[in-house]
Structures are given as structure tokens and as C-alpha cells.
Ligand binder design. Structure first.
Ligand code: NAD
Length: 420
């Protein structure tokens, strides 16, 4: 990607293309054209060697017409203001599409969490949360995990936020973040929710198109929360995991790779490239493999004009946010490759985050079966609606997902009116 590339511009172009399809109200278009609030913070963290290091973080709140701002917190060396802005925009439309009562936000810190000790990471998380202060809150803006953060990060964020509240009010604040560990108020099924949602959407698409998942070969890029769970669950549907790529390299075995065994091996500190019975391949060759399904579940911009021609998959399920560039997408559309877009395919995470938020507010705990059942219903509804809009408007699923989301947002503005 060129230095002048803007992910925010890509996100804006995507929703504006959809807005043109049905002549979205001008006022709503104006409001959505920039985020409501953009907070950037430089904050100091004491490192283990006693040096004080300055880190930069952001929280960007795009829109909250449908409910409190909602969106993940990313810890990654490439985090920057433009990226967080794009991710916040996508959250607005994702929540609207799937029908959870939230708006869109995103946050991030420019840091490589792998380079920090557990103590440094704890201090960074606490200091960032404290610096965010009243910019987050259980009824105002609710963070969740994203790349480089996890349930433990959310438990620390919650604890930090609570400690800044008056003692009598603390336990009413647990829903300030979602995706927490179970012990501190997390939901059953949240850990696997995004990957589970990817598979539910794939199944809905496969059913509609008589595509047999049994025996289908698939590859996953990114083997973290989303990539692993998607692979593990899809494997249970009878599909065969044949290749994995992460930040350390790419591996393949066309006869199949055991998803859980690879994860256990990786979690023990081994790179995926040392796993048994796999061939280490180049990152370019990963995209050329004879597969049926590709699941990008790493970062944005991974499928682009230089590798889209090589992709042999019939369907791409976007576990990651923004994994396909516009040029890459044009090539895939010409080739007839179906893209199950990020707004839809990875919405399982925010959906179960909503369930967690609702459980915290009512001091209840749903069973895993109840979580999975409601998630399935909501993902099926979102898929059916998107597919219907795509057929009605004669467009692709991505544009259809934006049209569906924009209409919901637009109705809310029409009904509420625009203040004052
Ligand atoms: P994670 O940190 O758990 O895992 C990220 C994975 O991507 C790791 O395996 C890492 O090695 C790999 N990776 C990083 N850079 C790479 C590169 N250049 N090439 C190949 N692989 C690379 O993150 P996650 O939570 O699984 O999130 C992954 C994606 O899914 C992100 O785009 C995120 O925004 C999106 N997403 C996450 C959730 C969630 O609930 N965690 C929800 C919706 C969308």
C-alpha cells in the first residue's frame, strides 16, 4: 500500500457508494461524514528498566444514534489515527446491520504488545484507560478486545475504570467493557463469538447456494482469536484446514491441519512454521493455493491488486476488518469470487458483546447454548437481509450490507429528528 493510502477514505468510499444507491438523506450523509469525537492521548508508562516511555493512543467515536458507542481496542505497532477512524466507521455500520443497540467507536495504542513484559502491559493498559477517563463509560462508550488485546486486557480496563469511581458505585460499572474474562463478568461464548459468527454466515451462504462445506478446503490468515476459532469451528462442519498464515510465516498441508493441535502448539511458544507435517511456504504462495474458502482474520489490506488474481477460493469470509482493498475487490468481483463482507461476517463478536452487556446490566448469566442460539438467529437474520438487499438492488453483498445499515440509521434520524 502506498504511503498516501487512507483506510478511512476506503471506509468512506464504501458507505458513500451504498448511499448513492438509494439517495441517502443529505443531512444524514453530512452527519456520518466525520466522527463525532476524536480523542488522541500521549501517555507515559514506567518500563521494567525504570525508564519512562511515552505511548500514543486514540479513541474515536463515529456515531451513536442507535445506542452507546461500541468498539474494540487494538494494541499494534501500526495503529494510527487514520486506521482507528476507519475501524470506528465500520463499527457504526456493523452494529446497525446486525441490529444491536450500539453506535460505532474504536480505540488503539501504537505498541507491539509482544515486546512488553506482563507488568509493562498491565501499566500501559491502566494508564491508557485512566487517560481515557470519562470518554468511556458503561452507558456511553464500551470498549472490547481487538487485535493484540484479549479478555485479560478487558478485565484490567474494567478494574481501572471501576477504581476511579466512588466505592458505592463500582459494581454497577462492569459493563464498561465487554469481552472480559468469565470470572469478572464476561459472557460464555464471547471468546469464540467472532469465529463462530464467521462460520454461521458461511453456513447461511452455503445453504443458499448449495455449496457443500463438507470436504471444502480452507485457508486462514491470522491465527489469533478470530482465525483460530473460525478454523476450529469450520473444521467441525467437515471442512479441511489446509493452510495458515500468521505474522511469522505461512504453512500448508493439503491433506489437512489439526486446528486445535496447531493452536496448542503455538500457545506453548512455538511458531506455526515449526508445526509437524506441514510445508513452510512463502506468504505469496499462501494466496495461490487450491482452496474453496479463504478466511482473512489478521489485519486490513491483506488482499490487494498484487495477490487477488492468484486467489482460487470461491468464497472469502472476512473475519478481519477491511482485509480487502478496493482494487483487490474489483479483481475478485470480476473473477466471480464471493465476498462475505466484514460488516456481516465478523459481526458475531459485537453481537455476543451486546449479550454480555445485557447480562451485566441484569446481573444474569446465560448458558452457552442460549448465547449460541441467539447468535445464530441474529447472524442468520443479518445474512438473509443482506442477501435480499443484494438481490433487490442488484449489487454485491458488501454494498448491500451498507445499504441495510444506512437505512436503519437513516430511519432513526428521521424518527428522532436532528437536534435542535
Ligand atoms: P489477534 O491479535 O488475536 O490475532 C491476530 C493474528 O493476526 C495473529 O495470529 C497474528 O500473528 C496475525 N497477524 C498479524 N499481522 C499479520 C500479518 N502481517 N500477516 C499475517 N498474519 C498476521 O487479533 P483478533 O482479535 O483475532 O483480530 C483479527 C482481526 O479480526 C482484526 O482485523 C480485528 O479487527 C478483527 N475482529 C476481531 C474481533 C474480536 O472479537 N477479536 C471482532 C471483529 C473483528
Amino acid at each position: 500500500m502506498s504511503k498516501t493510502f487512507s483506510l478511512y477514505k476506503q471506509a468512506t468510499n464504501q458507505w458513500q457508494k451504498a448511499a448513492d444507491f438509494f439517495e441517502l438523506d443529505r443531512d444524514v450523509r453530512t452527519i456520518l461524514s466525520e466522527p463525532k469525537n476524536e480523542v488522541s492521548i500521549n501517555f507515559p508508562v514506567r518500563m521494567d528498566n525504570h525508564e519512562l516511555r511515552l505511548f500514543r493512543g486514540h479513541r474515536i467515536q463515529h456515531n451513536n444514534i442507535l445506542g452507546p458507542f461500541k468498539g474494540g481496542i487494538r494494541f499494534h505497532p501500526m495503529v494510527n489515527h487514520d486506521e482507528v477512524k476507519a475501524l470506528a466507521v465500520w463499527m457504526t455500520f456493523k452494529c446497525a446491520l446486525v441490529g444491536v443497540p450500539f453506535g460505532g467507536a474504536k480505540g488503539g495504542v501504537t505498541v507491539d504488545p509482544g515486546e512488553l513484559s506482563a507488568g509493562e502491559l498491565m501499566r500501559l493498559t491502566r494508564r491508557f484507560t485512566h487517560a481515557l477517563g470519562g470518554n468511556i463509560g458503561p452507558e456511553y462508550d464500551i470498549p472490547a478486545p481487538d487485535a493484540g488485546t484479549n479478555a485479560k486486557t478487558m478485565a484490567i480496563m474494567m478494574d481501572t475504570f471501576m477504581n476511579a469511581q466512588s466505592a458505592t458505585n463500582r459494581n454497577a460499572q462492569r459493563h464498561v467493557v465487554t469481552g472480559k474474562t468469565l470470572t469478572v463478568g464476561g459472557s460464555l461464548g464471547r471468546d469464540k463469538a467472532t469465529g463462530q459468527g464467521v462460520v454461521y454466515v458461511l453456513k447461511a451462504w452455503a445453504k443458499e447456494h448449495n455449496f457443500d462445506l463438507k470436504g471444502a478446503k480452507f485457508a486462514v490468515q491470522g491465527y489469533g482469536n478470530v482465525g483460530f476459532h473460525a478454523a476450529h469451528i469450520l473444521e467441525k462442519e467437515g471442512a479441511i484446514l489446509v493452510a495458515v498464515q500468521d505474522h511469522t510465516g505461512s504453512i500448508s498441508n493439503l491433506k489437512g491441519i489439526d486446528a486445535q493441535a496447531l493452536k496448542t502448539f503455538n500457545l506453548s511458544g512455538n511458531p506455526i512454521t515449526s508445526f509437524e507435517k506441514v510445508e513452510v511456504i512463502s506468504n505469496q504462495d499462501f494466496f495461490k493455493l487450491p482452496i474453496d474458502i479463504l478466511i482473512p482474520a489478521a489485519l486490513e489490506g491483506q488482499i490487494h491488486k498484487d495477490n487477488a488474481h492468484d486467489i482460487q477460493a470461491k468464497v472469502i469470509a472476512e473475519g478481519a476488518n477491511g482485509p480487502t482493498t478496493s482494487e483487490g475487490e474489483d479483481i475478485l468481483n470480476q473473477k466471480g469470487v464471493v465476498i462475505l463482507p466484514d460488516l456481516l461476517a465478523n459481526a458475531g463478536g459485537v453481537t455476543v458483546s451486546y449479550f454480555e452487556w445485557a447480562q451485566n446490566k441484569t446481573s444474569s448469566q446465560w448458558s452457552l447454548e442460549a448465547v449460541d442460539k441467539r447468535l445464530l438467529e441474529m447472524m442468520n437474520q443479518a445474512y438473509a437481509h443482506t442477501s435480499e438487499v443484494a438481490k433487490d438492488m442488484k449489487t454485491d453483498l458488501r454494498t448491500a450490507s451498507y445499504i441495510a445499515a444506512l437505512k436503519r440509521i437513516s430511519y432513526a434520524y428521521q424518527e428522532r429528528g436532528i437536534f435542535p
